[in-house]
Design a protein around this ligand. Structure first.
Ligand code: NAP
Length: 382
């Protein structure tokens, strides 16, 4: 066993991998904002810059260790990784195989659905986490961004046993596909703006003329589509991730399996829908339809949602409030998860619709991970 014995008399030794990536950078800034580094002994790793300078997070200077060397993780209490699924698939068995018995906290999807892993979203599943910790679980994964954000918004309805089934129709931001995709979206916007600049400056230009220019720009040879494989600016892409045997995409499959696993739902509640990429930068949105298990009054639904977490807010079903508070732009960079457009559908009083948005790099990625580290510290008493 190469893990040091965890003791409340010393800070946890936490290996941090993937800290300079997109999720890792958000994680680092949240940990600094919440003073998380004060109570731990961080050890930074890199797959590409070992031997270089590690970030100084209040513990002085240090050197980056080699994230590709399993032995370099010996003696750590916790490994916190945002490095990605390929690294996890290679290093998790290699490090565990050395007898390392510490806590592994991971942003990637690689381990999420394995039996030894709990998907963490503690405002909704702290009971699942605590039960698993007591039972010896040592592997924790953040959930898929869209799933975590849906549950941050609407988890209360599942907890109350009100959901017979749910469809989620998503409007997912470019950031979910990675940093290069965010750049490509903006590059596409610039290419369109450049092509249309002269006509835009001339108020006499007709809308159809402008439209022709944009249509030509997005289909022109030099239009940047290397990452998305198609124009996203001025369009939407109804496909995220790979095809599953039943015709769903893997992103759509995650909605069902992860939501049920996070909340430990029994019996299983069907969750399905279509996942679509839109030209938002870093916040996802989704429209849901819920078949309720009974005719729950709308006021009770709104109250349950509003009380479910300190970050979940109900936006009145009015145009000014919806445009001001229920958009990707409104929530980007914040932990707030608004839920609005709440109403019963004409199909009957058991049919509810809602729209919810959230910053997919915060609750969708980094925040559940840093909170899991806090939970471990609570359990250990450091
Ligand atoms: P990323 O930005 O590509 O970063 C991953 C690693 O790439 C970095 O840690 C860094 O590792 C290396 N890297 C190489 N060149 C870099 C550069 N110029 N700048 C920064 N890093 C560079 O990956 P990510 O989008 O954060 O995703 C990490 C994991 O989180 C993935 O498993 C992903 O599926 C998961 N996740 C992502 C999101 C999301 O919204 N993107 C949401 C939830 C979960 P070295 O220091 O070792 O070189």
């Amino acid at each position: 066993m190469s893990t040091a014995k965890i003791s409340s008399s010393r800070p946890l030794r936490v290996g941090i991998v993937g800290w300079r990536g997109m999720v890792g950078s958000v994680l680092m800034s949240r940990m600094q904002a919440e003073d998380d580094f004060a109570g731990i002994e961080p050890v930074f790793f890199s797959t590409s810059q070992a031997g270089g300078a590690a970030p100084d997070v209040g513990h002085g200077t240090s050197t980056l260790l080699d994230a590709s060397d399993p032995a370099a993780f010996d003696g750590l209490d916790v490994i916190l990784t945002c490095q990605g699924g390929d690294w996890t698939k290679a290093m998790y068995p290699a490090i565990r195989g050395r007898g390392w018995g510490g806590h592994w906290i991971d942003a990637a999807s690689a381990l999420r659905m394995t039996d030894e892993t709990v998907i963490v979203l503690d405002p909704l599943n702290r009971h699942v986490i605590d039960r698993a910790y007591a039972g010896g679980t040592r592997t924790w994964a953040g959930g898929n961004c869209t799933v975590s954000l849906m549950l941050m918004g609407l988890g209360a309805l599942f907890r109350n046993g009100w959901v017979e089934w749910m469809t989620t129709m998503t409007y997912q931001a470019a950031s979910g596909a990675g940093a290069r995709n965010m750049r490509e979206l903006v590059a596409q916007m610039r290419a369109i703006g450049d092509a249309a600049a002269t006509q835009l400056d001339d108020p006499a230009t007709g809308a159809l003329e402008l439209d022709r220019t944009v249509a030509e720009a997005v289909t022109a040879g030099g239009f940047p589509t290397a990452q998305f494989g198609a124009p996203l600016a001025g369009s939407v892409l109804p496909w995220i991730d790979s095809l599953q045997p039943d015709g769903a995409t893997r992103e759509e499959w995650k909605g069902h399996v992860e939501a049920n696993k996070i909340l430990a739902l029994d019996p299983v509640v069907p969750v399905d829908g279509l996942c679509v990429r839109v030209g938002a930068m870093r916040s996802h949105a989704q429209a849901v339809t819920i078949r309720l298990t009974r005719d729950v009054p709308l006021a009770d639904i709104a109250a349950a949602i509003a009380e479910s977490t300190p970050w979940t807010v109900v936006v009145p079903n009015e145009k000014p409030a919806s445009l001001a508070r229920l958009t990707p732009v409104a929530v980007s960079g914040t932990l707030t998860v608004p839920v609005g457009r709440l109403r019963k559908l004409r199909m009957g009083p058991e049919y509810l619709t809602a729209f919810t948005v959230g910053d997919q790099l915060l609750w969708g990625a980094a925040e559940p991970l840093r909170r899991m580290l806090r939970i471990l510290r609570e359990h250990v008493g450091t």
